[in-house]
Design a protein around this ligand. Structure first.
Ligand SMILES: [Zn+2]
Length: 478
């Protein structure tokens, strides 16, 4: 055989799983791409025996916070090195964090700054969403359309948070722009006025512990904002994507919109499926490990969210990785030692544990099929955010981004075995069945399970590439 036609790598005897299928086949890699899928493929320069293993598209984590500017004095623990390493060790091969516009600053400056943070550091490929906090006339007229053209095709806005909260007219302007430009608006849907009013009332009554976070932002503030975001999108004739949905009531609104035929997309995250208000009631700083916004709710909400995943109301399951360290003065304690729901910054880490948790709690417990698991964690995010078929599938010609998955591997999750730069996981001590044994990014081994629990991580920081994304030309159906 002509050496140039020889495969670099053949993964032999595994079960390939995509969003639509599962079948036994060999998979061959050449020049970083999937070159062939079939039976009894010719030998590669390197061979991997995948008997008993699943060959999955590498995960696409389309909601994570990495090395953003500090918020209220709190710094994210992960830079692109530690975050991309941690993602790779959990079977994720593409991350889409946020270039965050500081209020009053140009968005372009945020994007350029964010490229400087990523370049030379990422172990896997990455794209950027934008966060828009200050939609000026020039941002709407020139800056944002130019950035969309360059491949930053989605951006997030907040309906809450001082400094970031946008009012309805600004959100309508941005929705109309996404329709015109084929981009996608992501919305953090909580009614910030209600949260503020309720927080003041709780604080005045001395109800300031971390458990009050759930009372300051009850499901109705998410329900109202979710409904409003859908209505604004309907008025503007645009698609809308509700991020990190936490409650059954918000999910009802999403279904209501989808049942009317509106192009409403939605995401939820492991913390809303596996944590709850009872975790916020744990003693001392233990509760801070579960503090995120929106707050985790009750068991009934979690079960409703699982049904929403299984029934297709949600298209995405992302981590919303937001790593504030528990110890030291820069993270959860950045406002001091007081366990006050308005002082401890919200956010939980989850890049590395996202796929194993969803696999165990979803697939192993019969809530999701393997195909749904792949769709929610890899294929749909790639499709929705303009990375498919290069990422998120097992198509010949696509990048050889693969998680070789051992469905029988039992792991007790311990932060000491994870690879992020945070100092805890909310899932400490939880047992899961199913973990990757090898992660390939464009055909290169970025992580493999060695003898020790932490495995062997590639040192090739900087090999990860920026991905410019395509836009939605027919800006209608999800
Ligand atoms: Zn987030």
């Amino acid at each position: 055989m002509d050496a140039s036609n020889e495969y670099d790598l053949v993964i032999r005897g595994g079960t390939l799983v995509t969003a639509g299928d599962g079948f036994a086949a060999d998979l061959a890699v050449r020049d970083g791409r999937i070159a062939a899928i079939g039976e009894a493929l010719p030998a590669g320069r390197e061979e991997i025996d995948a008997a008993g293993l699943l060959v999955l598209p590498g995960g696409v984590d389309a909601h994570c916070h990495i090395d953003e500017p500090p918020y209220g004095g709190a710094y994210l623990a992960d830079d692109f090195r530690s975050a991309s390493r941690s993602a790779a060790c959990g079977g994720t091969t593409t991350i889409v964090p946020f270039a965050n516009q500081l209020p009053g600053r140009p968005l372009r400056a945020a994007v350029e700054d964010y490229h400087r943070r990523a370049e030379g550091n990422a172990l896997i490929d990455y794209a950027f969403h934008l966060i828009v906090s200050d939609p000026t006339t020039s941002l709407l007229g020139q800056e944002l359309p130019a950035l969309i053209e360059e491949g930053y095709t989605s951006f997030k806005v907040f309906m809450t948070y001082a400094g970031y909260q946008l009012e309805d007219p600004a959100i309508l302007d941005l929705l109309a722009l996404t329709r015109r430009e084929g981009a996608l608006l992501m919305v953090h849907a909580e009614n910030g006025h209600c949260v503020h009013w309720q927080s003041q009332r709780l604080a005045a009554a001395g109800d300031t512990g971390l458990a009050a976070h759930g009372r300051a932002a009850p499901p109705l503030v998410e329900r109202e904002a979710t409904h409003r975001a859908i209505a604004l999108a309907e008025l503007a004739g645009a698609r809308v994507l509700l991020v990190h949905v936490s409650s059954a009531e918000a999910l009802e609104q999403i279904r209501w919109g989808q049942d009317r035929g509106l192009p409403v997309l939605a995401e939820t995250c492991p913390q809303y499926l596996l944590s709850g208000q009872d975790d916020l009631e744990k003693p001392g700083w233990e509760a801070a490990k579960f503090l995120c916004s929106p707050p985790p709710r009750g068991a009934d909400d979690a079960e409703a969210l699982w049904r929403g995943l299984a029934q297709g109301a949600f298209q995405l399951a992302s981590s919303d990785h937001c790593p504030y360290r528990l110890e030291g003065p820069e993270g959860k304690r950045s406002q001091g030692e007081e366990l006050h729901f308005q002082k401890v910054p919200p956010g939980v880490p989850g890049l590395e544990t996202r796929l194993p948790l969803l696999f165990h709690e979803g697939v192993q417990r019969g809530r999701l099929s393997l195909q749904q698991f792949v769709a929610l964690t890899a294929t749909n995010p790639a499709r929705i955010y303009g990375l498919y078929p290069r990422k998120g599938g097992l198509a010949v010609g696509g990048d050889a981004d693969i998680a070789l998955w051992d469905p029988a591997r039992r792991v007790t999750i311990r932060h000491a075995d994870l690879h992020d730069a945070c100092d805890y996981t909310p899932y400490e001590g939880r047992e899961v069945e199913g973990w990757p044994v090898l992660t390939l990014s464009r055909g290169e081994r970025v992580w493999e399970r060695g003898e020790g629990e932490r495995g062997r991580v590639s040192e090739a920081y900087g090999r990860g590439r920026f991905l410019a994304r395509t836009r939605e030309r027919a800006a209608t159906a999800p």
